[in-house]
Design a protein around this ligand. Structure first.
Ligand code: MCA
Ligand code: AMP
Length: 491
């Protein structure tokens, strides 16, 4: 059995005093984190599965690390999850305890769980930490909820093997070492922010500085004072490009330019980085942002190598250990040059399945065991992959978050003032896509106000799933079979 986080096994001397994670003025060394997580691991060792109230704080890092070290699967929760989505996740994943910070106010749905308070300021009792056994490679490390086209989110069960394999493939691609200091501002309840952004540095024995909330000046400050890598979603790089172009103060612009120019790696993922933003950043800083392509179910599939050609608009070749192919809807594998097809992958980076959903797990795989990503792409003769679209029109990527049209439609349809609704994604320069709701009101003379509808989505699902625009129609366009023609709505 190999350890997921070897740097936390009894660190001593300089290894113990090295910074593992920093959030604002709160810093955790490897020594602190080893002791705190060992103590917490003992408290939760008998929990079958734990939920972590995943605020962007050191408490989340301690909680997740402790659970991983104890071999207890973690369900990271978005602290802003609305009532219905939270109820679904809790019922589906059945955690026995919730790990949260001392100041967190937990919503009613969590009260029936054992509450384990994690306090970074007092978490580490004195004394040397013991080694911990962790767990086996196929044991689940995390269950991460991800939206589909219809119905509530599904829990992707990620085994420890997948986490280790994906992080080690990135080590190979990016020359990622313990000397790297990663800067990021991503949420800690998704793969990008938690697995790549927190477990990545910890697996290498390096460090992570989290900004709490994304801002160009926060990026300038942390990258300009020792940070070596930046991970972000395209919306963040778009905002950096805007700041580089438009910031009023020369001093601020200069400090951001210097910080980005000096970084070893600027990495974008979770959605496509528009070539225009890529070029704006390259022109201002001389640095190329590199892209990698992943998915909650597969962790990382492809990536531009640190020592490879950057090639904007592509997501690079498959990472070490990942097999990738293109296929037609009928299963025909495409290998002629220039072919466009669904991207299918296989490798040690893959999840084991959706929790409690063998039907969905089977549907997501081909009969010969490849995972169907639903993304459509091409592969250059030298292996570079370009993503050209997505099979499902009912999946929206906004700010790097995956959002299912169906989950929003269900919430809006339950409003008495809504007779019919269709949700689509529209192109947006900042968010990539923005959520748009097309509503047919029960009473066209007094339609429900847009704010009432968007607030309802935030309260039931999550704030980032709120439609940005609500448009009212007399009727939805339907074909002869009565099916809503979403493409004509978009047009
Ligand atoms: C949103 N808001 C609204 C509305 N919509 N308010 C009124 N009316 C609306 N219609 C509110 C939000 O609640 C929020 O409030 C504020 O407006 C801004 O919304 P938000 O969407 O959060 O945007 P943002 O705050 O500007 O954030 C942009 C962001 C964020 C920082 C880029 O989208 C983000 O953190 N994205 C990362 C997503 C991510 O990590 N994805 C990884 C999954 P307030 O201001 O109060 O907060 S993909 C993955 O893991 C795979 C493996 C991969 O490949 O990486
Ligand atoms: P999620 O299910 O939230 O993990 O999102 C995974 C999806 O994000 C993938 O299936 C892709 O559609 C998209 N994605 C991730 N990285 C990239 C990228 N670099 N370029 C384009 N799309 C991406």
């Amino acid at each position: 059995m190999t350890l997921l986080l070897p740097a936390l096994q009894s660190p001593t001397g300089p290894a113990a005093s090295r910074e593992a994670a920093r959030f604002g003025d709160l810093s955790l060394t490897y020594g602190d984190l080893a002791v705190a997580s060992t103590a917490l691991a003992a408290r939760i060792a008998d929990a079958g599965r734990v939920a972590v109230w995943a605020t962007p704080t050191p408490e989340t890092v301690i909680a997740v690390v402790a659970a991983l070290r104890a071999g207890v699967p973690v369900v990271p929760l978005n602290p802003r999850t609305g009532e219905s989505e939270l109820a679904h996740i809790l019922a589906d994943s059945a955690p026995t305890a919730v790990l949260a910070g001392p100041d967190d106010e937990l919503p009613p749905g969590l009260e029936r769980l054992r509450q384990v308070t994690v306090d970074a300021r007092t978490a580490a009792p004195s004394g040397a930490p013991d080694d911990i056994g962790e767990a086996g490679p196929e044991d689940p490390a995390l269950i991460v909820y991800t939206s589909g086209t219809t119905g509530p989110p599904k829990g992707a069960v990620l085994p420890r093997r997948a986490v280790a394999a994906s992080l080690d493939a990135l080590e190979d691609a990016w020359g990622w070492t313990g000397d790297d200091v990663l800067v990021h501002a991503l949420p800690l309840f998704h793969v990008h922010g938690l697995i790549l952004g927190v477990l990545g540095p910890l697996r290498r024995g390096g460090s992570v500085r989290h900004l709490g909330k994304f801002s160009p000046d926060g990026v300038a400050r942390e990258l300009g004072s020792g940070g070596t890598m930046l991970f972000g979603v395209p919306t963040m790089y778009h905002r950096l490009a805007e700041a580089l172009d438009g910031w009023a103060g020369d001093a601020e612009r200069d400090s951001l330019t210097r910080a980005l120019s000096g970084a070893r790696l600027l990495v974008s993922g979770s959605a496509a980085l528009p070539v225009h933003d890529h070029e704006r950043i390259a022109a201002a800083t001389g640095r190329r942002v590199i892209e990698r392509y992943g998915m909650t179910e597969t962790l990382m599939n492809t990536g531009i190598r640190a020592d490879g050609a950057p090639r904007p608009g592509t997501v690079g070749p498959p990472l070490a250990g990942v097999e990738l192919r293109l296929a037609e809807e009928d299963g025909t594998v495409l290998d002629e040059p220039g072919a466009i097809g669904e991207i299918q992958v296989r490798g040690p980076n893959l999840f084991t399945g959706y929790l409690n959903r063998p039907d969905a797990t089977a549907a997501a795989h081909t009969t010969d065991g490849w995972f169907r990503t639903g993304d459509v792409g091409t592969v250059d003769p030298d292996g570079y992959v370009t993503i050209v679209g997505r099979k499902a029109t009912d999946l929206i990527k906004s700010g790097g978050y995956k959002i299912g049209a169906g989950e929003i439609e269900n919430v809006l349809l339950a409003h008495p003032g809504v007779r019919e609704v269709a949700v689509t994604g529209e192109e947006d320069p900042d968010l990539g896509e923005r959520v748009v709701a097309w509503v047919v009101a029960t009473d066209p003379d007094s339609p429900p106000p847009a704010e009432e509808l968007t607030d309802r989505v935030a309260a039931h699902l999550a704030p980032h799933k709120r439609p940005r625009t609500v448009r009212y129609l007399d009727a939805l366009p339907r074909n002869d079979l009565g099916k809503i023609m979403k493409r004509s709505l978009r047009a």
